[in-house]
Design a protein around this ligand. Structure first.
Ligand SMILES: CC(C)(COP(=O)(O)OP(=O)(O)OC[C@H]1O[C@@H](n2cnc3c(N)ncnc32)[C@H](O)[C@@H]1OP(=O)(O)O)[C@@H](O)C(=O)NCCC(=O)NCCS
Length: 160
């Protein structure tokens, strides 16, 4: 199963495959978004993993990186490992655009499901996944090491 790394251009935004050229921009957003941000070494290692893929989103007005999604494609499953949108441009549909893009891609490569862990307290994240038809399928007790917060496992199932 292969991902076709072509860009996806819509009217005002562009979604495109990320690489290490974008590392500093990714880190800037990452540090604004998470209490325990991924470190540079984690992103570098993702860029080198054969089953890890990442896409960025820019708005075409200024061509500035505004968010990204990282995921693993293993067998017929996608695991979202990171999704973040610059706080300066939230609630403008960018997170939705990335998720829609991923669901379309998953459908194109015939995966059976997409899943992810989200903090129990992350209302925006949970609402976003719910909006796209993800359902809660599990619970990981004390999953996050910084505050022992629980994670909810959310899954999107593709129809056969
Ligand atoms: C979660 C996140 C990616 C959403 O990105 P976004 O671009 O603001 O999302 P969108 O504008 O596409 O919003 C889509 C839906 O998400 C939900 N949503 C987004 N922000 C929300 C908020 N602050 N409160 C409640 N619901 C919210 C809504 O259901 C919204 O649909 P609506 O606009 O019809 O109400 C963004 O808030 C973020 O980067 N958060 C920090 C990192 C994070 O939590 N990542 C996910 C970890 S699993």
């Amino acid at each position: 199963m292969e991902i076709n790394p072509k860009s996806h251009i819509m009217e005002q935004i562009e979604i495109f495959p990320l690489n290490s050229d974008y590392l500093e921009d990714v880190l800037e957003i990452e540090n604004l978004c998470f209490s325990t941000p991924w470190k540079k070494i984690s992103f570098i290692s993702e860029f080198h993993l054969s089953y890890s893929f990442s896409f960025g989103i820019v708005s075409k007005n200024d061509n500035k990186l505004r968010g990204y999604i990282f995921f693993w494609l293993v067998c017929d499953e996608i695991h979202i490992t990171n999704l973040a949108i610059d706080p300066a441009v939230r609630k403008e549909g960018l997170g939705s655009s990335l998720l829609k893009f991923l669901i379309q891609m998953g459908s194109d490569v015939n995966v059976k499901k997409i899943y992810l862990e989200v903090r129990k307290s992350n209302h925006a994240g949970k609402a976003l996944y719910n909006k796209f038809g993800f359902v809660q399928t599990g619970y990981r007790s004390q999953y996050y090491s910084d505050n022992q917060e629980d994670a909810l496992l959310f899954t999107y199932f593709f129809e056969d």
